[in-house]
Design a protein around this ligand. Structure first.
Ligand SMILES: Nc1nc2c(ncn2[C@@H]2O[C@H](COP(=O)(O)OP(=O)(O)OP(=O)(O)O)[C@@H](O)[C@H]2O)c(=O)[nH]1
Ligand SMILES: [Mg+2]
Length: 362
């Protein structure tokens, strides 16, 4: 086994470097944080089986072709291609006359809305032959909601993960303000694990200071262990995780920070509704983790359709917990309900547009 030590200013950056050099073959041997000239340095030591090391730079034409053949397509891509071909073959077999006009209209609408063919086909199979069957119960099985309310989400730790700029920090601030408003005595702690993103960290600290909420930063396994040791002082702990760049993945990042083990944590994936379809599959792969428990959709106000919400629920099997629809921090987010979710899909109606509900909004 070859051993190599990587150093950098954040765990995420060091992890990205390890991933770029050794892919998934590296085994983490140690992870520590030291201080040098007043700056935190993260040091991760990894071991790599010699046989599994990434091949050296290909030199001959055969090497280049061989290399290309080995690296594409991975099974996931291949499966997506096969699925695409199967859908193209199956779609003409989808005899819409087997459906009631209302059912047909609903499926046609969802298709225009960007819902993928495999989801439509699944719905068609559930509805065919029973013209009295309502579509909504079938849709609710595909895209369940689990509103972010404290008696439903009982975990003490809630971590927001997701791509850069998706709305992770804003979501945490909104949740903290909501909890504080509903119950001023709740002991909340806001934690920034986003060492690379100075701005997000400062914004979080700013709102924590303004609202009299405890604020902490974690940058290493030791910091997280300390936080677990102190967690009895808090009722709710919200963690702001960094966006995973390049080859970094949530599971590897959490393992490096010691968040892997048995800890009362729910991770939520914050997404926007207007990425390209392939991008969602890439995100679901990148952020895959047994600790990942829900999807949070932000920037709903900036999208012109919402098929992605249904597709991502279908692919991930995760419930939707929160909906956010404005750049401000107040009156811009609601715990997801089935009513709001399907109104958004079928009527393009943002949750806040509902006047009665608006008063109850955050
Ligand atoms: N229009 C709109 N803007 C939003 C919404 N939620 C967040 N934003 C804006 O999106 C931008 C990015 O939000 P952040 O909360 O900083 O996102 P982040 O995921 O923490 O970003 P990084 O830490 O840089 O990865 C900010 O300008 C927010 O005001 C939303 O629901 N609608
Ligand atoms: Mg942020």
């Amino acid at each position: 086994m070859r051993v190599k030590t990587f150093r950098g200013s954040s765990t995420a950056a060091v992890f990205a470097e390890i991933k770029a050099e050794f892919g998934d073959n590296a085994v983490i041997l140690s992870n520590k944080t030291t201080e040098e000239l007043g700056r935190k340095i993260h040091e991760i030591m990894v071991g790599v089986d010699n046989q599994k090391e990434t091949a050296s730079i290909p030199e001959t034409r055969e090497d280049v072709i061989g290399d290309a053949m080995n690296s594409i397509p991975d099974w996931n891509q291949e499966w997506n291609q096969i699925k695409g071909h199967m859908m193209a073959l199956l779609k003409p077999q989808m005899n819409m006359n087997l459906l009631a006009p209302r059912q047909r209209l609903a499926l046609e609408y969802l298709e225009r809305e960007g819902v993928e063919s495999n989801v439509i086909l699944d719905l068609f199979q559930q509805l065919r032959g029973d013209k009295s069957k309502a579509i909504l119960p079938e849709l609710e099985k595909i895209a369940p909601v689990r509103p972010f309310e404290k008696d439903i989400w009982k975990e003490k730790f809630h971590a927001m993960s997701g791509p850069h700029g998706a709305g992770k920090t804003s979501t945490i601030i909104r949740l903290a303000l909501k909890e504080k408003k509903e119950n001023p005595t709740t002991r909340i702690c806001l934690v920034s694990a986003d060492q690379g993103q100075g701005k997000g960290r400062l914004v979080l600290r700013h709102y924590a200071d303004l609202s009299g909420i405890e604020f902490k930063e974690i940058a290493s396994r030791e910091d997280f262990a300390r936080l677990i040791g102190e967690c009895h002082n808090f009722d709710r702990i919200f963690l702001d995780l960094p966006g995973m760049s390049a080859n970094a993945e949530l599971e590897g990042w959490m393992a490096a920070c010691g968040m892997h083990g048995p800890c009362d944590i729910a991770v939520h994936l914050v997404l926007n509704p207007y990425y390209a379809p392939a991008q969602y599959n890439a995100f679901l792969k990148k952020y895959k983790s047994p600790k990942l428990k829900s999807l949070i959709w932000t920037k709903l106000d900036e999208s012109c359709n919402y098929g992605a919400l249904v597709n991502t629920a279908y692919e991930s099997g995760l419930p939707v917990s929160l909906l956010s629809y404005g750049s401000g921090l107040r009156n811009t987010m609601k715990p997801a309900t089935e009513r709001d979710f399907w109104r958004l899909i079928f009527k393009h109606q943002l949750p806040a547009k509902d006047k009665v509900e608006f008063a109850k909004a955050i």
